[in-house]
Design a protein around this ligand. Structure first.
Ligand SMILES: Cc1cn([C@H]2C[C@H](O)[C@@H](COP(=O)(O)OP(=O)(O)OP(=O)(O)O)O2)c(=O)[nH]c1=O
Length: 201
């Protein structure tokens, strides 16, 4: 355990990866997520989109947890002005992966930390550059058959077999997996929600 949780904290997310990251740090979090409309606004730029999504996910649970700090996040794969969310099916996953093959894209995660009681509303985002190998359709289909595409933005998981598609990463790794930990820990520490502790080895 690296941190103690001093104020009640809700993670407004159903992502098992986000929960696992916070568990690894020893944080004590309640999970409570509500679905929101994830459609981008007409002409919305990718940074604005992920920040708005994170804010909306946090606002969706704020009333129920008015005495808590609420943490939410949203991750999208961005290639040019195109925002790729989670593919609807295997075919869409293949199309997404082929649009990324041999090219550089940005994985953007928006994060939001808010507290109704303490009047705090922090919204931030982090971008990580990822370059994919130049694979073909047979490789994309073989990867999608592994079954890890559908719950992930852009149709791949860098933490899984998707690692084999990735040639280069510049920036935060945890940001690609859905939660930029350095920034999240900094915001939680600034607000006095968590404090580092020395555990037993
Ligand atoms: C690119 C990439 C994305 N992802 C995941 C992170 C996010 O969980 C997901 C993008 O979907 P999100 O809408 O950000 O999150 P979610 O639907 O999983 O959870 P919730 O809305 O309840 O918070 O893609 C990976 O796990 N690995 C990767 O390499």
């Amino acid at each position: 355990m690296m941190y103690h949780t001093l104020k009640p904290l809700v993670l407004a997310s159903n992502s098992p990866r986000r929960k696992a990251f916070l568990d690894d740090l020893g944080l004590n979090v309640t999970i409570w997520a509500r679905d929101i409309d994830e459609t981008p606004l007409p002409g919305e730029n990718p940074q604005h989109y992920v920040e708005r999504m994170a804010l909306e996910k946090a606002l969706a649970v704020k009333n129920r947890f008015s005495q808590h700090y609420v943490l939410a996040a949203d991750t999208a794969v961005c290639i040019g002005d195109t925002i790729l969310g989670k593919p609807a099916d295997d075919e869409e996953a293949v199309v997404m992966l082929l649009s990324l093959a041999g090219r550089v894209h940005l994985v953007r995660s928006g994060i939001c930390l808010l507290s109704e009681a303490e009047g705090v509303q922090i919204v931030h985002s982090v971008a990580t550059e990822v370059r994919f190998a130049d694979f073909d359709e047979a490789v994309a289909r073989a990867y999608v058959c592994e079954g890890e595409s559908l719950d992930k933005a852009g149709g791949y998981g860098i933490q899984g077999k998707g690692a084999f598609l990735v040639e280069h990463v510049a920036g935060s790794y945890t940001n690609v997996v859905g939660l930029p930990l350095v920034e999240v820990v900094a915001f939680l520490t600034q607000q006095g929600v968590i404090i580092p502790v020395r555990g037993t080895k």
